[in-house]
Design a protein around this ligand. Sequence first.
Ligand code: 5AD
Length: 457
Amino acid sequence: MTESTDSTVLEPPEVSARAQPRSLYVETYGCQMNKADSELIVGLLAREGYRVTDRVDRADVILVNTCAIRENAEQRVIGRMSELSRFKTANPGLILGLCGCMSQHLGDRIIDKAPYIDLVAGPDSYRRLPAMLRTLSTEDEPALDLTWDRAEHYLDIDPVREAGVNGWITIMRGCDKMCTFCIVPFVRGRERSTPHGEVIRQIEHLAAEGYREVTLLGQTVNKYRDGGVDFADLLSRAAEIDGIERIRFTSPHPAHFPDRLIEVMAASPKICPHTHLPLQSGASTTLSRMRRDYTPESFLDVVRRLRENIPRIALTTDIIVGFCGETEEEFEATCEMMRAVRFDSAFMFKYSPRPGTASHRRLADDVPEEVKARRLTDIIDMQKSISDARNQAYRGRTVQVLVEGRSRRDADKLFGKTDTFKTVVFPAQGEIVSNAVVPVRVNGSTPFTLFGDVVAA
Ligand code: 5AD
């Protein structure tokens, strides 16, 4: 969320702004969950009288909401914090804060590394941000809060969302899966589901605000459970809400796809035919070292059931290469699996050991960097040609596009998404505005984008 939803930019703060900070700039790194958390932070501080600015040089408070998933994500943020600290020269009252997963991961060590940071708050501490900011206005010591709170759902706080077509709703926080490579359980704590009544209330609220699409968020979103209400129940209740036309969710875990969930997905045209299904590896041995709770066979079975029941479904994934001890055969098994499934697209990563995780403690990061790099290039190339072929299959078809806005590359063009999560770019025409659903006939494609023209409905 680097852009403001608020058009009112406040006047530059006076030098003594620390006594009465009002203007807030939030910058977000990482996943959709972090974006949703930033909206929550803005919601919380808006109640306290803060106003969002998109001018970082005019902010009284800069909060950077961070990601700890891979080491390079952390390095980037540390570089950025140092860059942002330069605004303190012109505005000595400026408060610079680090929020989110990196805060929880690095704890107070970050203050030693980067003494210009005034505030450090973990994902369960946002409710105390106003109090921390107040303390900072009278004290010089950095404010730190990394408390875990299993009961924290941020229920009574309405997120302030970026104007757009899609609203995020966090339906679960934390993760209990303990995949050996993953830092998430250590920075986001134990898994807990938001009460279903609150989820429904938030979806209704979004519909009333004019949103046509919602995305339900959770680290293992399909493990959602609130008493007798499981994820399939929640989806079918969500699909009954008028005004919302597209329902997405991310990220499900491949080990939690009962037939009933697939039936609910297939039965409602509002539930988008797209599933992000993180594979990580195609080798059973690697999957078990990763503690992923599924085998290549059971993963393929989920793919088969999804495709049989929802023939148009698009599947995307995450892959890690060079995990501890990954042999050439194991890597080949991943390639084989990617060729077998033919995902629509994939996020692909080199394994990055994260201090605190089981793989960092117990397994050697023994795949040489050049081997990791070569494997990554190999799968990126392979996936690119698969994505290319998949997108080419859209040529000649008419797709329904939910318009998001003007193309960044060409202001005469609009862009939006299909229900299968493909980005479509097409020439702007007449009165078409963001948030409209328009039929577009696809006449061109790359591995990443579809191109076309609006046709009569
Ligand atoms: N190294 C590399 N990639 C990782 N991911 C999670 N942890 C690591 C790690 N230590 C990837 C996984 C996950 C995605 C969000 O990030 O593929 O699905």
